[in-house]
Design a protein around this ligand. Structure first.
Ligand SMILES: [Zn+2]
Length: 338
């Protein structure tokens, strides 16, 4: 029983350079058309902090288009998830360049009051944008996947009615930010948690749907497509210390390859799914939600996305949003046997 959830990080990631129209609006519009063609829906993870600041500084005229598009997603049944890069909230826009506050890069290490302020502020922006005072996002993804230490942010999200997190990618490791998802490798396809997103807790109020990954030998990671994208997308230049801190992350024999519909080729994507389909034939009663990720800024190859949806249709694999899955499988009552 496989179901796929397509998630789209809707943002200009990195240093804030680039235009909303090219890097967010246009690719998202094309992706929406492809999904509607297959009568499928994705989850758009709206990075709210940057949109609010871009609007406040009047830094990009396409902000109105973007806001219109988000409303359009909502009315057409696409799920709006909350995505947060808190470094944007103290950002300054000087000489047509953004200076982001990297002191607030990881939401999880900020003081409790600050966390609450940031989460409340971001949801308030979405409510105003949609004109719905009681809107609550259903799902969350942390900026740069950083959801450790988990406890305080998780508690704040629950207070705001969020039910599902999808920040984890099993096997993920970033020493610099003390993020370590290697422990999650032994978890199932989804689990409840409370104090640490890695550790299943049947009584937890949040459910983790990790971004699907496969551990692959290091030398197998870069495809031509991915290398091409890295050249295209400008990111912040790392300082010498930051580069040194990242060295242990690379000293591994295998690394997680994310189910990424922008960065992988169709062959890689169907190969990854083929493995799960094979497992599913042996045990078809196990529910296997597979969460895929993409970024608006990484979208170059729309043909691959279209073909992938065609492949899933042929294999009879449904595409759902988190909200749909939660209700369909009655997950409010789901508990992991301890
Ligand atoms: Zn992001």
């Amino acid at each position: 029983m496989i179901e796929c959830i397509f998630t789209l990080d809707y943002e200009i990631y990195g240093n804030g350079e680039g235009s909303l129209r090219e890097l967010v609006y246009e690719p998202a519009e094309k992706m929406k058309a492809i999904f509607e063609k297959w009568n499928a829906r994705f989850v758009a993870f709206i990075e709210v902090a940057e949109l609010e600041m871009i609007e406040a500084y009047n830094a990009d005229r396409a902000i109105e288009l973007v806001k219109h598009q988000i409303r359009d997603f909502y009315t057409n049944g696409f799920e709006l998830g909350l995505h947060l890069h808190p470094q944007w909230y103290n950002a300054r826009y000087e000489n047509a360049k953004w200076r982001l506050d990297y002191g607030e890069y990881n939401l999880c290490i900020l003081p409790r009051e600050q966390i609450k302020k940031i989460v409340d502020r971001s949801i308030e922006y979405l409510r105003k944008l949609l004109g719905l005072a009681d809107f609550n996002p259903f799902s969350f993804r942390a900026g740069n996947w950083l959801f450790q230490p988990t406890k305080t942010v998780a508690k704040t999200l629950i207070e705001q009615g969020i039910k599902i997190d999808t920040s984890v990618f099993k096997g993920g490791l970033q020493h610099q930010h003390k993020m370590d998802y290697r422990l999650a490798l032994k978890n199932g396809y989804y689990w409840r948690f409370t104090d640490d997103v890695n550790v299943p807790d049947p009584k937890g109020n949040l459910i983790e749907f990790p971004i699907y990954t496969k551990m692959v030998p290091l030398w197998k990671l870069p495809t031509a497509k991915r290398i091409g994208l890295q050249r295209k997308v400008p990111t912040r230049i790392r300082t010498g210390t930051e580069r040194l801190l990242r060295i242990p992350d690379f000293l591994r024999f295998s690394r997680p390859l994310k189910f990424d519909f922008c960065r992988m080729t169709l062959t890689e994507l169907t190969h990854m799914l083929g493995r799960e389909i094979h497992q599913d034939q042996k045990d078809p009663y196990l529910f296997r939600p597979l969460t895929a990720i993409g970024h608006t800024k990484d979208m170059l190859d729309f043909e691959t996305i279209d073909s992938l949806l065609g492949y899933l249709r042929k294999k009879d694999i449904p595409i759902s949003t988190f909200r749909e899955i939660y209700h369909k499988y009655n997950l409010s009552k789901f508990q992991i046997k301890s």
